[in-house]
Ligand binder design. Structure first.
Ligand code: AMP
Length: 281
């Protein structure tokens, strides 16, 4: 497994691969890897000859009062997991190499970044879109794999890849969950034992909404209230619960077309968690 520490090393490595006629897959992450991340690496293996993983806690996607400084990190453990799933190269740049002094260029995906997490975390998706564009420019991957766990991010990345003619196929993979339903997340490491139990309210809420849909309910308010009921029971403070069009992310009043997405964000203590599900299929 190649360890690539600078942007130049990443471009050189992928350039060599491309010259040899090999398809390159890229999996961007912020590290503290879990099975959600490794499922993306495996998906990349199926679609590309060589897979590169980036591990970079991107400062521009964190707000001033967010958890950049304490975001969990474990590079040695991460490299071990990458070796286990036979990743070909890992890119671990310094922030100063991605954003050298004088950096002035940001990427904004209008509209898609306005609501949901973007509405509650101003500037977050500008940071995400910028770093993903940088990674695509450096690696020029044929395929890039992202998780549906970050549904809004996935739609934003799909859009920017098309709009900027980057020629990369963006693949979304299903949410990997713990046995009890909790969506895997690096931020789950923040949870105390009791908080970990309360955090189940998010996935339970989504399940409750799906059950309401299966029983005939189609209205967004009732479906969202099903989620809220579980959040209250788990003492999870709602950040948002919304039913939206899966790709435009526009709010929906009803879920009768068979393609709606229900998204939830909430605080368990100080930890902000997100989850989402398809409704109506
Ligand atoms: P992160 O390290 O949190 O920035 O996530 C890196 C990538 O892994 C993103 O594309 C996430 O959507 C994806 N991811 C995170 N958690 C999960 C999960 N539980 N299941 C599937 N993909 C995930």
């Amino acid at each position: 497994m190649h360890l690539l520490r600078t942007p130049a090393e990443l471009s050189e490595w992928t350039e060599t691969a491309r010259r040899q006629g090999r398809r390159v897959g890229l999996v961007p992450t912020m590290g503290f890897l879990h099975r959600g991340h490794t499922s993306l690496m495996e998906a990349s293996h199926e679609r590309a000859d060589l897979t590169a993983v980036s591990i970079f806690v991107n400062p521009t996607q964190f707000g001033p009062n967010e958890d950049l400084a304490r975001y969990p990190r474990d590079l040695e453990g991460d490299l071990h997991k990458c070796r286990e799933v036979k990743v070909d190269a890992v890119f671990t740049p310094e922030a100063g190499a991605m954003y050298p002094s004088g950096h002035r260029t940001f990427v904004e995906v209008t509209k898609l970044e306005d609501g949901l997490c973007g509405g509650r975390r101003p500037g977050h998706f500008r940071g995400v879109a910028t770093v993903v564009t940088q990674l695509f420019a450096l690696a020029r991957p044929h395929v890039a794999v992202f998780g549906e766990k970050d549904w809004q991010q996935l739609q934003i990345v799909r859009r920017l890849a098309v709009d900027l003619h980057l020629g990369v196929e963006v693949v979304g993979m299903p949410i990997v969950r713990e046995a009890d339903g909790l969506a895997m997340s690096s931020r789950n490491a923040y949870l105390s034992g009791p908080e970990r139990t309360r955090a189940l309210a998010l996935s339970r809420g989504l399940q409750a909404a799906r059950a309401r849909w299966a029983a005939g309910e189609r209205g967004a308010p009732a479906l969202c209230d099903a989620v809220r009921g579980e959040l209250r029971a788990g003492e999870v403070r709602e950040d948002y619960v919304e039913l939206v069009d899966p790709s435009t992310l526009e709010p929906l009043e009803r879920a009768d077309r068979g393609d709606a997405r229900l998204l939830v964000a909430g605080f368990v203590g100080k930890t902000r968690l997100i989850d989402n599900t398809a409704i109506g299929c």
